[in-house]
Design a protein around this ligand. Structure first.
Ligand code: ZN
Length: 618
């Protein structure tokens, strides 16, 4: 069995001039790949369809129940509408309601449900009623003292506004209903009446508004929203941040330690960093501002090469929910907030669109199949906020959290999974993730139906079928985990060139043409970068994009004796009846035998210890 090092090679990124015009002609896009919205992609997949079904039947009902019945989140809006009563919970709890609504909106795109839509409309009516006449909306300040609003960057007013905007855009796209979009525009206008060039300075303590304003710009076409987002990004790092005298954190924590275009290392809170980078990428793409992109490349190296777990999780410290020193990646104490892994997907998706390089999708896939998926239970009704790589048996999924950013995050992320499969540029179809689906891609040559069949992540066989004639390239991502692959078109070996990790197939495609990609999935022992002290003398086991772990429930006798060596034998088997169907690996090292399951599936059975990194004896 071979050993592989996780250390990722530094590849030279080349910029390519824009090939597609952005929707708004006045701004030149820096992106070489345009996203394909999930509304064009119907997931039909042995792995993901189960997760999507449970999202509808369990995850969304759990979020609604928690918001309406178990916590005071919706009541805060009802009280704010009456301008009386108490605010309950945390000052940013509004954001969970907006994020749950965003998830409901995405769900409605591919699963129309009048009852769910009616629930969403009810909520939106309550939001609208809670809005102040001047456009301001935030139940915490409406109920605790409006005179104190906009005095403290830590209080997440723009963060909540950002999540409302994202929900509004999602719901407008799903239903055509404008009500929440109008509320959002009114709030945006309110913010721009106070802050901006020649007005007050402001640094949002938790980023989110920046990427949301770009979405608002894209759906309304109003340049002022994009400009305001750009302005907010550039407010950081000049000492304008104000914690209202009660902040416990320094500027590093808020990414307010230097102007964002000068940044080269990630600091502070992981989720805030991810949202910041997404905002920078979005503004850069539309404004043609390469200084943002140069910073993002430096930051990416810092995150991925020195501060990322094997699971694609980031943020090692619970203290600041974020970063410490390079290579400080403890396993038992790992924080790896679920939201940060979702952030890694969102950011790496954008980086791929700038570069056409698969290394970003490799990270996206790693974070998705490990860091993100671990955040939700097999039944879709329980969640992890913190995702350690080792447990003494005391870390368990919960139905909800006082700070519920992660459940609502997963709820809005899962139904949009179709976003990450394809990309488009002029006469090029980019295939990034291998998830079974039937899509109609809005290409430069009109709508082209394309479908993917696969049994990923359990098998590396992929079939892509063209539904219509198409002249141009299809770029198939060859994942970093694939040591070899075979690519055929209509059963014949295909001539391919490789460009930045993509196998490029160029021809006059006919309806019915079939591309077969076969990538044998091997069980591998992986070593961490030697500078990661926590993983010294250890190896993790991976298959394809999946990190595996040992749970005590499978290894009651052998848990304290488990080790790996160069002669360890691995036997893989698929168990359809376990945890929605998973592959298990039976490991034999000397006289000791033990069993591994995919990391994302842990803590769904009897409580017990767990670890990803196993002792390795040379
Ligand atoms: Zn979270």
């Amino acid at each position: 069995m071979k050993n592989y090092f996780v250390a990722l090679a530094l590849l030279l990124i080349t910029f390519s001039a824009c090939q597609l015009k952005s929707p708004k002609e006045e701004n030149a896009s820096l992106k070489m790949i345009e996203a394909v919205d999930f509304s064009h992609v119907k997931i039909n997949d042995s792995f993901w369809s189960t997760i999507l079904q449970k999202h509808v039947s369990a995850t969304i009902p759990v979020c609604i129940d928690q918001i309406e019945n178990q916590t005071g989140r919706i009541q805060n809006f009802e009280n704010a509408a009456k301008r009386q009563g108490e605010h309950s919970g945390i000052y940013f709890d509004d954001s969970d309601v907006y994020k749950a609504l965003e998830g409901m909106a995405y769900t409605l795109v591919n699963n129309p449900d009048p009852a769910l839509e009616q629930k969403a409309d009810e909520w939106i009516d309550k939001f609208a009623a809670a809005q102040e006449p001047d456009g301001y909306i935030n139940t915490f300040y409406t109920l605790t003292g409006l005179e104190n609003r906009w005095t403290n960057m830590v209080k997440h007013e723009m963060y909540c506004a950002g999540h409302m905007i994202e929900a509004a855009v999602a719901y407008y796209k799903a239903t055509g209903k404008r009500k929440l979009l109008d509320v959002s525009e009114k709030m945006a206008q309110h913010m721009m009446s106070i802050f901006g060039p020649g007005k007050r300075h402001w640094v949002p303590g938790h980023e989110e508004i920046e990427l949301a304003l770009v979405k608002l710009y894209q759906v309304t076409g109003k340049q002022e929203y994009l400009d305001f987002s750009d302005w907010l990004l550039n407010e950081r790092g000049h000492g304008y941040g104000s914690t209202g005298g009660n902040g416990d954190w320094n500027a590093d924590y808020f990414q307010d330690n230097m102007p964002v275009k000068e940044m080269s290392s990630i600091t502070g809170h992981a989720v805030r960093s991810m949202y910041l980078y997404c905002g920078m990428a979005d503004v850069a793409a539309l404004k043609g501002d390469t200084a943002y992109i140069a910073a993002l490349h430096r930051l990416w190296d810092d995150v991925v090469l020195r501060n990322m777990y094997i699971t694609g999780g980031i943020g090692s410290s619970a203290d600041n929910e974020g970063f410490t020193e390079d290579y400080d990646l403890p396993n038992l104490e790992a924080y790896c907030e679920t939201c940060a892994s979702v952030g890694m997907v969102l950011w790496n998706w954008r980086m791929n669109q700038f570069t056409g390089n698969t290394k970003y999708i490799d990270v996206l896939e790693r974070s998705l199949y490990n860091g993100v998926l671990a955040g939700i239970s097999a039944e879709g009704d329980r969640f992890f906020y913190v995702n350690p790589l080792e447990s003494k048996g005391d870390h368990h999924r919960q139905a909800w959290y006082g700070c519920a950013c992660c459940p609502s995050q997963v709820s809005r992320f899962i139904p949009s999974i179709g976003n990450y499969i394809y990309g488009l540029s002029k006469d090029i179809i980019w295939v990034n993730l291998y998830i079974g689906n039937e899509a109609v891609l809005p290409t430069s040559q009109g709508d082209i139906p394309v479908s993917i069949q696969t049994n990923m992540p359990w098998s590396g066989e992929v079939k892509v079928t063209m539904g219509k004639n198409y002249k141009g390239e299809i770029r198939m991502r060859i994942p970093e985990w694939a040591n070899e692959y075979q690519l055929q078109v209509n059963g014949k070996n295909a001539d391919v060139t490789i460009d930045k990790g993509y196998a490029v197939l160029n021809r006059n495609w006919k309806a019915g043409d079939e591309i077969s990609l076969n990538m044998p999935i091997e069980t591998k022992m992986v070593a961490a970068d030697p500078r990661v002290k926590a993983d010294e003398g250890k190896r993790a086991v991976m298959r394809g994009p999946l990190v595996f772990c040992a749970e005590e429930v499978d290894n009651k006798q052998s848990y304290d004796k488990m080790e790996l060596n160069n002669n360890s034998q691995f036997a893989e088997s698929y168990n359809a009846n376990l945890l929605n169907g998973i592959e298990q690996i039976q490991v034999q090292t000397g006289n000791t035998s033990f069993s591994l399951i995919p990391y994302y599936a842990w803590d769904n059975r009897e409580a017990g210890r767990m670890k990803v990194w196993l002792d390795y004896i040379n």
